[in-house]
Ligand binder design. Structure first.
Ligand code: NDP
Length: 252
């Protein structure tokens, strides 16, 4: 199935009354997604490890008149099962249910050949990019089930579909993310109203992209705010029938 999600035109109130959690909401694509979801009516749970960055996003959302967000500080590199259960319990108690979950936070890790790749960094990348997505989704399934419709979005990458030299644990973690998404989608698709898909943002002007391509002219790539159509498509009801797919946020 070909879905041109990057061409989607979201109606203004697309996410009115929805509770949506975004990981890595303090910077880059996660920040843009949080602002965009809030602008379309969602109450956004801003999850990240930097209080200062999350507060800046919180201030921007409240100043815009969008629904007041919630700040949730959590370092996905060191979070335990207890942290995830506590978070899930708070969401169920305060909000009743969760309509959307965007797994966006990730670490790039070192750009090295695998035979020189340090184990410590390998584990850090796999923990943040894969294990956190598994643990957080698992903990939040009851809150997602409590919603009439729910959407879970994992973030992939071009190197999560075709392995490339020197992308190390990052590339492997994105292949694992695609797999995690497919397994959750198959398990939940037939037993719940939860759909699970992947999104590949494509080259986007963020600090991660600038770190990965230091010689590139940053403005060659769109800013995060310029790739939100596909995020809105997958988060809103117009993707209700879409499950287990990996979509692109940019053409080509
Ligand atoms: P950024 O580095 O700009 O943002 C990553 C976000 O993840 C930051 O908010 C960061 O927090 C957060 N994060 C990292 N580690 C942790 C942690 N341990 N706990 C909590 N939060 C954490 O990257 P992008 O915005 O570019 O990337 C967003 C997603 O898009 C990622 O999954 C990335 O792999 C993917 N992607 C990006 C592409 C691009 O061209 N930009 C292309 C393909 C995929 P903090 O600010 O505190 O560091």
């Amino acid at each position: 199935m070909t879905i041109e999600a990057h061409r989607y035109l979201a109606p203004p109130g697309l996410l009115a009354g929805r509770n949506v959690l975004v990981t890595g909401a303090g910077d880059g694509i996660g920040r843009a997604a949080a602002l965009s979801f809030a602008a379309h009516g969602a109450s956004v749970i801003l999850l990240g490890r930097s209080q200062q960055k999350l507060e800046a996003v919180y201030d921007e959302i409240t100043a815009s008149g969008a629904p007041e967000p919630i700040i949730q500080i959590l370092d996905l590199g060191s979070a335990t099962e207890e942290h995830y259960q506590t978070l899930a319990g708070q969401i169920e108690e305060q909000l009743g249910c969760l309509h959307g979950l965007l797994h966006n936070a990730a670490l790039l890790g070192p750009r090295k050949p695998l035979d020189q790749y340090p184990l410590k960094e390998w584990r850090e990348v796999m923990t943040v990019n894969v294990e956190a997505g598994f643990m957080l989704t698992r903990a939040l399934i009851p809150a997602l089930r409590a919603a009439a419709q729910a959407s879970v979005i994992f973030t992939s990458s071009g190197v999560g579909r075709k392995g490339k030299a020197f992308w190390g644990a990052y590339a492997v973690s994105k292949f694992a993310t695609e797999g995690l998404c497919q397994v959750f989608a198959d398990e939940l698709g037939s037993t719940s109203a939860i759909r699970v898909n992947c999104i590949n943002p494509g080259a986007t002007n963020t600090s991660m992209r600038r770190a990965a391509y230091p010689a590139e002219v940053p403005t060659r790539n769109p800013p995060p705010a310029g790739i939100m159509a596909a995020y809105l498509f997958l988060m809103g009801d117009d993707s209700r029938e879409v499950n287990g797919l990996s979509l692109d946020a940019q053409s080509g």
